[in-house]
Design a protein. Structure first.
Length: 278
């Protein structure tokens, strides 16, 4: 009889918390409003940024938004994207990814802690499974947002016959994988900053200030002592220089760096959450 009421394992408990949190998010008015706003905003980006820029680039006009967004030769030669639409999509998503992920994860566990819901869940499973479950929820939402943005751009590209189907589909999948893994360190970062913040806004500010201060400190140490250059790569966001040195297909093995960044930040956050008084 005791086995029937045994608590779930750590991994299963984390998945259960993630599943519950996803259902709760998508049934709330706030997240429905966010989803609708995102679809409308991305539709406008597709129409007035990506499509307009592509037409200007193809026509050879050197004015306005085409010069603002990208140099077509440099971008396409660097990443080998099969169409201008996907190249512009990559540029925009890579630029906005840190802020987008940090905004999505700003309320990671703050509301649960303030409403004592975290104490309620802790009585039924390990606290760390709740934290990891919330991180998995944010990762799933990030994957969905990126899929909507990238594959809608793919549909736009194919509708204009801007590239072959197989090449465009392969490029879209590579782009989704790269951006998803590049976004994971920021989810881990927000799980860390939410330990010390009492509101989502303060959590965002703390994460930004922490990145600036620690980044400056690591850069100063790297300039003074060469071995610290390797430590500098462990900071979330230090992948940009790596991406500038490879094409899209060659960058896939580089996802090991953001996975390493996510791992150590998340382990530190879980260790601190375990010692946190709730």
């Amino acid at each position: 009889m005791n086995n029937l009421h045994a608590p779930p394992s750590f991994g299963r408990a984390s998945l259960l918390h993630a599943s519950y949190d996803l259902k709760r998010n998508f049934s709330s008015f706030k997240w429905l409003l966010f989803g609708g706003s995102f679809l409308i905003a991305w539709g406008l980006v597709l129409r007035y940024v990506i499509l307009a820029s592509t037409r200007l680039i193809e026509s050879g006009e050197e004015s306005g938004i085409s010069l603002l967004i990208l140099d077509k030769l440099q971008l396409l030669q660097r990443f080998d994207w099969p169409s201008y639409e996907l190249a512009i999509c990559w540029y925009l998503l890579e630029l906005c990814l840190p802020l987008l992920v940090m905004l999505l994860s700003a309320d990671l566990l703050i509301q649960d802690r303030q409403t004592r819901r975290l104490r309620f869940w802790q009585a039924r499973s390990h606290r760390l499974s709740v934290v990891l479950g919330r991180c998995l929820t944010k990762a799933a939402i990030l994957a969905g947002i990126l899929a909507i943005a990238i594959f809608s751009t793919l549909a736009l590209s194919l509708s204009r016959q801007s590239g072959g189907f197989e090449a465009s589909l392969g490029g879209a999948i590579v782009m989704w994988l790269l951006l998803f893994f590049l976004g994971l360190p920021y989810i881990a970062l927000m799980s860390l900053s939410s330990i010390f913040a009492s509101s989502p806004i303060r959590s965002l500010l703390l994460a930004f200030i922490g990145l600036v201060i620690v980044g400056w400190l690591f850069s100063s140490l790297a300039n003074s002592f060469a071995p610290f250059a390797l430590v500098d790569n462990l900071l979330p966001g230090s992948h940009s220089q790596l991406l500038e040195q490879c094409s899209a297909s060659e960058c896939l093995p580089a996802i090991g760096l953001p996975i390493l960044q996510s791992s150590w930040v998340l382990v530190l956050a879980l260790w601190l959450w375990k010692r946190q008084d709730i």
